[in-house]
Design a protein around this ligand. Structure first.
Ligand SMILES: *[C@@H]1O[C@H](CO)[C@@H](O)[C@H](O)[C@H]1NC(C)=O
Ligand SMILES: *[C@@H]1O[C@H](CO)[C@@H](O)[C@H](O)[C@H]1NC(C)=O
Ligand SMILES: *[C@@H]1O[C@H](CO)[C@@H](O)[C@H](O)[C@H]1NC(C)=O
Ligand SMILES: *[C@@H]1O[C@H](CO)[C@@H](O)[C@H](O)[C@H]1NC(C)=O
Length: 451
């Protein structure tokens, strides 16, 4: 997915509604700033009250929340839903999910925006987030993040056809990697605090068959799985890539019974099956680097050995990210219909994550229901943690829901994240176009490497 990037600094821009509105706004903003106060006492009191109020709900046991009151990570800001449920007749309402962020405390990113006490279990008492690589002029870190445990490296693709992607119908995008050993060393050298560091980004030299990579997962039998959008007449494809030099490649699929796909977007392996599930969508056309689409936007299943191929879900506006629960029984697919490339954004169209049951026999996705609708931008790449909390790259960073679909909190970047990946337990690597963020938290990883 190649979203139009929300304007920088568009922090909860208030409605322009005259002098009365202005007065009301500043009072409201003052109240929220108080909630964000760095006074440990204030935070502890507010969380204690929160724990009391939520103890009768279906959330975590009160003891855990009570313990969390003594251990809020320094970069966390609590935004109790009760503090903004009523904005008032002249309240600071948002007009746009694409150009205005929801940041009522006006906190400077990056930070953890906490809506529910359970988010503190994910962050842990000492969670941190910082930028670890940045290039303001090049969207080098867009999607396809894959962690390779053997070398402790994360691979990813640059933006294909969108803002600052340096790629178009005449120029391929690039796949690169960073070393998390180098990240750890840079953080150690930087000492205390969460100031950004800037590790080296190494571009891979890949064969011509790999065009406009947009999705990735694995490792699968030790290889990266890349899904590629294609470029011009060069076909979209699903490919295995050796993560080590010479990065030799095996293309697994590049057509549907002779027709080229539209522009393949994202991919996951369904746990327990070794089968690849991937999305196809019209963004290559909508970003001027692919011809007119020939197929509906839909989700496919490929058996990499027999090459048996079938459609498992359709009926989307623009299907995009995909993920499975750890038992493989639930599938999640994001629909980014609200972003239509050169046709523009339309916030009355989907920015929605759907959940499905995976039929045990056919593996078709059934019983479609809304899992979450996102408040900022669109939900793009999807990942889960070991507790089946769902993480999505969104217009303001990474948003996290529990398995019931309640928004727990955000890794608030103030800019678009299109995808993210756990690098083993307690380490989250977040793609943010012109930067990569690294969060050291308490949550454990979902399994992505197979068999
Ligand atoms: C909370 O703290 C108490 C007292 O330190 C401890 O006994 C208990 O195990 C803690 N509970 C959790 C869930 O961490
Ligand atoms: C990080 O280093 C790269 C070169 O490796 C450079 O292009 C980039 O501008 C640096 N980023 C920052 C924020 O200094
Ligand atoms: C890369 O080449 C090696 C050696 O020929 C081969 O064993 C391996 O399967 C290749 N990997 C891919 C992804 O093509
Ligand atoms: C946005 O989408 C709605 C629903 O499809 C449509 O009625 C409306 O015309 C669209 N608006 C724009 C500006 O394209």
């Amino acid at each position: 997915m190649r979203p139009n990037r929300p304007r920088q600094g568009g922090v909860h821009k208030p409605k322009k509604s005259g002098v009365a509105g202005l007065t009301r706004r500043s009072r409201q903003s003052h109240t929220w700033t108080m909630v964000a106060s760095s006074s440990v006492v204030a935070i502890t009191i507010s969380l204690a009250a929160w724990a009391y109020a939520t103890s009768s709900s279906q959330s975590a046991p009160q003891t855990e929340i009570a313990n969390a009151t003594t251990s809020l990570p320094p970069q966390a800001v609590v935004v109790d839903p009760r503090s903004f449920a009523v904005l008032g007749i002249n309240g600071p309402f948002r007009q746009s999910s694409f150009t205005e962020f929801f940041n009522p405390t006006n906190t400077t990113p990056p930070f953890f925006q906490v809506f529910h006490p359970d988010f503190l279990q994910i962050l842990g008492p000492t969670g941190t987030i910082r930028a670890v690589a940045a290039n303001p002029t090049f969207a080098f870190a867009h999607e396809a993040p894959i962690w390779v445990p053997d070398t402790d490296e994360v691979f990813f693709a640059s933006n294909d056809g969108g803002a600052l992607g340096m790629s178009d119908i005449d120029h391929n995008n690039q796949v690169s990697k960073i070393s998390l050993k180098e990240v750890a060393a840079a953080i150690k050298t930087a000492g205390h605090g969460t100031a950004p560091v800037n590790v080296s980004v190494t571009k891979l030299d890949l064969p011509e068959a790999i065009q406009m990579t947009n999705g990735g997962t694995g490792p699968f039998f030790g290889n990266l799985i890349l899904v590629n959008s294609g470029r011009g007449s060069l076909p979209p494809s699903v490919a295995l890539v050796n993560p080590n030099p010479p990065h030799n490649t095996t293309v697994l699929l590049d057509n549907f019974f002779g027709r080229q796909f539209n522009s393949l977007n994202d991919v996951k392996i369904r746990p327990g099956t070794n089968r690849l599930f991937f999305t196809d969508v019209t963004y290559g056309f909508l970003n001027h680097f692919r011809p007119l689409p020939l197929l509906p936007n839909q989700v496919y299943r490929l058996d990499p050995d027999t090459k048996v191929l079938r459609v498992v879900a359709d009926g989307f506006d623009k299907c995009n990210g995909i993920a499975f629960s750890h038992d493989g029984k639930t599938a999640f697919v994001s629909d980014t219909g609200a972003n239509a490339g050169f046709l523009g954004n339309n916030q009355t169209e989907p920015a929605t994550i759907y959940a499905f049951d995976v039929d045990p026999k056919t593996e078709a996705f059934t019983n479609r229901r809304v899992f979450a609708y996102v408040d900022t931008g669109i939900a793009d790449g999807l990942q889960l943690d070991a507790n089946d909390n769902l993480y999505a790259g969104c217009g303001d960073g990474v948003q996290v829901w529990n398995a019931e679909g309640t928004l727990l909190g955000k890794f608030f970047l103030g800019t678009t994240s299109a995808n993210l990946v756990f690098a083993g337990d307690k380490r989250l690597v977040i793609m943010a176009e012109t930067a990569i963020y690294f969060a050291e938290i308490a949550a454990k990883a979902n399994k992505l490497s197979f068999p």
